[in-house]
Design a binder for this molecule. Structure first.
Ligand code: AMP
Ligand code: MN
Ligand code: MN
Ligand code: MN
Length: 283
């Protein structure tokens, strides 16, 4: 499984490399199977494919979908990311992504509006310049970067902690597709549904387990293995859930270029004995 990375971002969303640059960087790293998984858009896919020469690398179609689920007992809804991989007929998914893009564009404006009384300035025009004036590509990463550049915070993480993460005054929930609907449309498009980074949602251990159970019951195919930097106990819990629900595993770095310089392209965790990679179902 060396040479595989199934979770990466380009500057079509909140990465810093263009799809072409990402492909060239991946080839240099010895990656042979790469999925471009930008947030709620597959607009970078063609550019990535065009950058591949001499079959140097296989591009897997992908997208990271902003989805949500709620615990029936508490009715609280949680945002979760589902990575869709290897779509054979992307039309049904692309149709729903058009809705997601509208939600993303409107939400970016709402976040900037909520920031006005907090910082005394409307930064929307500075944010949208970062995405070639295409509003449906704006992520909170772009808003955080703008807040750093304008001196309101010193690091992007501080922008999240002070203003735009859940519970803060300029937080706006991404009111996207439900989890079941997300998994269903991925399957209608002939792809595989992967629960992205299960340990990165600020969920309790109980809720992580419940999420994986629900994801499996809804027909989800695979769970992304947490990175090696996560505590061993957390990784073991995820491994146990994967085994219990007979899920496949996916591996990806969640590379974002210089926006997250600590994440290296192609840096993926190892599979445990008995785990089956979702990529074995691709070809
Ligand atoms: P969005 O899809 O607009 O909500 O933006 C989500 C992106 O923001 C994620 O993919 C991360 O790259 C980044 N992000 C989300 N939460 C945080 C956080 N607490 N600190 C830093 N970056 C974050
Ligand atoms: Mn991101
Ligand atoms: Mn994510
Ligand atoms: Mn991601």
């Amino acid at each position: 499984m060396e040479g595989i990375d199934l979770h990466t971002h380009s500057n079509i969303s909140d990465g810093t490399l263009s799809p072409e640059q990402l492909v060239h960087a991946a080839i240099e790293k010895g990656i042979h199977t790469l999925a471009l998984t930008d947030h709620d858009t597959m607009d970078g896919l063609v550019l990535a494919q065009q950058a591949v020469e001499n079959n140097a690398l296989k591009i897997i179609s992908g997208v990271e979908i902003s989805s949500q689920w709620s615990r029936p007992s508490t009715k609280k809804s949680y945002g979760v990311h589902v990575v869709a991989l290897n779509m054979q007929n992307p039309a049904p998914l692309n149709e729903l992504l058009e809705q997601q893009k509208i939600i993303r564009a409107e939400r970016a404006k709402q976040i900037c509006d909520l920031l006005i009384p907090l910082i005394g300035e409307d930064i929307y025009l500075d944010v949208i310049i970062k995405v070639d004036n295409i509003p449906d590509r704006i992520t909170r990463t772009h808003i955080a970067k703008t807040l750093v550049e304008k001196g309101y915070v010193s690091r992007p993480q501080q922008a999240f902690d002070k203003y735009i993460k859940e519970g803060k005054k300029a937080y706006v929930k991404f009111d996207g597709l439900g989890l079941q609907e997300t998994i269903d449309v991925i399957h209608q498009s002939g792809g595989f549904a992967v629960l992205a980074h299960p340990t990165r949602y600020d969920l309790s251990a109980t809720n992580i387990r419940y999420l994986i159970e629900i994801f499996s019951k809804f027909g989800g195919d695979a769970v992304e293995l947490p990175p090696a930097i996560e505590p061993a106990s957390t990784r073991q819990m995820v491994d146990r859930m994967i085994a219990e629900y007979n899920l496949k595993v996916s591996v990806g770095s969640d590379f974002h270029g210089d926006n997250m310089p600590w994440i290296r392209l192609g840096n993926i965790p190892r599979l445990k004995e008995g785990q089956v990679g979702i990529w074995e179902s691709f070809f």
